[in-house]
Design a protein. Sequence first.
Length: 227
Amino acid sequence: MSTRLYLPAAAESTPITPAFGTDWEDTSFGLRAIITTYKRSLAMVNRQFSDEDITDKDILYLQGISQELTTPQTIHRLQALKGQICVHEGDLDNKGNLFVAWRCVIFDSTGVYLRKTVLELTRDDVEAPGFESAIQNRKFTATSAEDDYAVQSGDRLVIECGMGGDPSGSEGHSSRMRFGDTETDCPEDDTAHDGSPWFQLADTLSFVGTGPVIPVLMNSYRQRRTG
């Protein structure tokens, strides 16, 4: 079973505030929020970025901070990573060449020390739809780094998401990304027009304070005690 995390639209107070990844050339639009394995009924919002810079660069939209990872557990090497989010090139004069970009890392309990890079900043290989098209889902797949990582006490997963490319039009990196979790999950395709965005690791990860209560086991215990 895999671990899927949902991406909110609004800034939140987070338990740590790690530095944004240095591979993002523009972090001025980036916000921090909490990412969870469950939906929190957060409204769907189209966030829109605009500039007139036609250089090749990546724009950070979101840095998501997970709840604390439990120990012991392992982030495994060379595992399948996936991401889905609806996007759009944001202006009529934008001539394209924009792609969704993702980064996944692990920080320590202080948010100061980068423990592990699971995925370097990586762009999708399918361009965002143009202004004349509807906002559209983009399917992302990648493989994690080569070495296993043994989770340490206090570690948190950090996922960053944004848009990147080398636009040729006068509106630079103008684009939209759709965040929130009140819709059904974005399907794994490049065609759907709406859905809750998510990022997924193949590992089944557990987080402090979110472990499932299993009534069946409790019932079995009571049955043994009273049988």
